[in-house]
Design a binder for this molecule. Structure first.
Ligand code: SF4
Ligand code: SF4
Length: 472
């Protein structure tokens, strides 16, 4: 039997199957153990995080009043660490050529019905200008794995193109990258290209299930995929984004695996994940979620988000337009700190009518970015396009150190207001502009430090006068 060891560099030791099964058993047995649950909640209130076992006891809790406390605490911790800002981003699909065999994704190599497409640098320019014209400043690049059609050189060239497109007042200031697991040397090149977060979804932590779902292609190697974040860190990338695709295996297994992965990064590198994403499987060409028998109710999905927030209070949490407005609305109050908005999930989707069947998955939230922004404002969240941290060198251990010590809301909040003002000046509809200005006025008053308030007021005024890209 392999022993659990969060410090190990071996996937089987830091994502340990036996430990996950024992944790599931422990959580189920203690679902009504009020004393234990209250002890864990008291520990969680100290905002230092929880172990995967403790977090799983909370997820398993069957006591209604204590479940209410978990939800309440998740909201408090989100505000404590990140204030009421919600960072916005959009995915940009570069290419859907892929040699892998992921059975839940329509881009898998054996799908002969989907139109294959790869953007040229000129087409990338058109997509990015369309995104800039929406108001976006932060992108997540997506590409299938295909050494012939999408080699790393293509990704690097695309990043360079994107950072250098200046159109009106638009600029993409942070490019996060979601591409296949690769070598330390390639991660080093991505780091040198100044990417923001490197995102790689594990899909499922259950090795046996993983191997069944990935029958061919380089991604079929569970160890190589699971150990990718370690190689990325060795290549110099210290903002790492984890995620599983809920619905592929039991949510219990995935929840524990995801927290074990976070614990591993913390134990080995002293830096937990920068973000955790929580996608759920959705329909697409060739894909029916009912083929996977681990579907997750909205209620349990909400509880997972709340328990991850409580277990890893300093980690950003992302939910995409896979989820409906109704679900996203609920999740906002349970710890989500980043949302995508105005998204398209097909190659070329921002400038063209999407060809039926070419999306990676169906969207449940099809609102425009402007509608998403006005909706966030109506819920008293501050929409943010801030990208200040990595440009100020606040990444990895430096970033985590700051967040763990005081939270980063005192920086996020003023930067959210100034980037929202940029949006108002350059892109907002009349109604959103009016609502945003009223929000900015109200929120300014809630900045506790008078010096920060004053400099934020000055920055807001400079933006109204035409300056851009001001941040602290
Ligand atoms: Fe390819 Fe990624 Fe889709 Fe798998 S999930 S088939 S690697 S694009
Ligand atoms: Fe993100 Fe840093 Fe900006 Fe806060 S200040 S929104 S953590 S980039």
């Amino acid at each position: 039997m392999v022993a659990y060891n969060p410090k190990s560099s071996k996937a089987s030791e830091f994502i340990n199957h036996e430990e996950i099964l024992e944790t599931i058993d422990y959580g189920r047995k203690n679902a009504n153990n009020r004393d234990l649950i209250i002890d864990i909640l008291n520990k969680a209130k100290k905002a230092k995080g929880l172990s995967h076992r403790e977090a799983f006891v909370l997820l398993s809790c069957k006591e209604d009043d204590l479940n209410e406390e978990i939800f309440k605490l998740a909201k408090e911790l989100k505000y404590k660490f990140y204030a009421n800002r919600i960072v916005l981003f959009a995915p940009l699909y570069l290419s859907n050529y892929c040699v892998n065999g992921c059975s839940y994704c329509p881009y898998h190599g054996q799908n002969r019905t989907i139109p294959r497409r790869k953007l040229s640098q000129e087409e990338i320019r058109e997509q990015v200008i369309a995104l800039q014209d929406q108001g976006h400043k932060r992108l997540a690049l997506e590409a299938g794995e295909d050494p012939v059609n999408n080699p790393l050189e293509y990704i690097l060239e695309s990043i360079h193109t994107i950072y250098n497109i200046k159109h009106k007042n638009g600029a993409i200031r942070r490019v996060n990258v979601n591409i296949a697991a690769t070598t330390v040397e390639n991660y080093r090149k991505l780091h040198e290209a100044e990417i923001g977060t490197y995102i790689l979804f594990q899909e499922t932590y259950n090795k046996e299930n993983y191997e069944n779902l990935h029958k061919f292609g380089p991604k079929s190697n569970y160890e190589y995929h699971t150990e990718a974040m370690d190689r990325a860190f060795e290549g110099g990338i210290d903002d790492l984004g984890l995620g599983v695709l809920y619905g592929l295996d039991s949510y219990e297994y995935e929840f524990i695996g995801q927290l074990m992965h976070a614990e591993h990064l913390e134990a080995r590198f002293n830096v937990g994940p920068h973000t955790i994403s929580v996608p759920r499987i959705q329909p697409a060409d060739d894909i029916d979620p009912n083929d996977f028998d681990n579907s997750l109710s909205d209620e349990m999905f909400e509880k997972i988000v709340a328990c991850i927030r409580v277990a890893a209070p300093y980690t950003g949490m992302i939910v995409s337009t896979r989820e409906s407005e109704k679900v996203r609305s609920k999740l906002l109050d349970l710890g989500i700190s980043q949302l995508s908005g105005g998204s398209k999930t097909s190659v070329g989707g921002y400038t063209e009518n999407e060809e039926k069947g070419s999306d990676q998955f169906e969207l449940s939230d099809n609102r425009t970015l402007d509608e998403v922004i006005d909706w966030l404002i109506s819920k008293d969240h501050v929409p943010s396009f801030c990208t200040a941290c990595y440009r100020m060198g606040r990444t990895g251990e430096t970033f985590m150190g700051m967040v763990k010590k005081h939270g980063i809301g005192n920086i996020c909040h003023p930067n959210a207001l100034t980037t929202l003002e940029e949006y108002v000046m350059d892109y907002a509809s009349e109604k959103t502009a009016r609502d945003a200005e009223a929000l900015i006025k109200r929120e300014l008053m809630s900045i506790p430090n008078p010096d920060v308030r004053k400099s934020t007021e000055e920055n807001l005024e400079k933006i109204r006068q035409g300056q851009r890209d001001l941040y602290i």
